[in-house]
Design a protein around this ligand. Sequence first.
Ligand code: HEC
Length: 169
Amino acid sequence: MLAVGAFALAACEQKKPAAPEAASTAPVAATPALTLPVSINAVMVSLVDHSSDPIFDVATKPPRTDDAWRDVEYHSYQMAVAGKLIQLAGTGPGDAAWVATPEWKAFSEQLSAHGMEALKLAQAKDAKGFEAVGNKIIDDCEACHMKFKPDIPSMKIMHKPDFPHKPGT
Ligand code: HEC
C-alpha cells in the first residue's frame, strides 16, 4: 500500500507545471455560480409569502401556546434566510438580472434583517413588538415589488387564489 501511495504521489509531482511562477499568475478556473433549483417566483410564494402571513398575524392574534410561538420562531427563521436566498438567481427569466442590481440586494438584506428582528421577538414571546416589525416587513415587500415585480408572475406561480392560506385550518 505504501508503495502505491508513493507512486501516486510521484505521479502527482510529475503533473506539476514546469514553470510554477507562470502558473500562479494564471487565472484560476471559475467555480460555477451557486443558483437556486427553482425560480425566485417559486421562492416568493412558497417561502417568503408563506412565512410572512403567520408573522403578520402575531400582533392581532398573539400565539397562546409554546408550540404556536415555536411556529412563529420558525417562520422568522424562514424570513431571515429567505432574504439571503433570493440574492441567488434561480430558473426564472428575470432572476439573473434582478439579483445583479444593488437595489435588489438592499431590499433583500432589509427583509433578512427584519426576519432576524422577528426572530428575537418570537424568542422573547413579545407579541406587541410584532406590530412594528410586521409593518417593516410589509414595507420591504412593497418597496421591492414596486421596483421589480412584473404584473403577471413570470412562472405564473401565485399564492392566491390557488392557495388561500388560513392559518390553523
Ligand atoms: C427583493 C425583492 C422582493 C422582496 C423583498 C419581496 N418580493 Fe415578492 N416578488 C418579487 C418579484 C420580483 C416577484 C415576481 C417574480 C416573478 O414573476 O418571476 C415577486 C413575487 C411575489 C409573489 C408571487 C406573485 C404574486 O403576485 O402572487 C408573492 C406572493 C410575493 N412576491 C410575496 C412577497 C411578500 C409577502 C414579501 C414580503 C414579506 C415579498 N414578496 C418580498 C420581489 C420581492
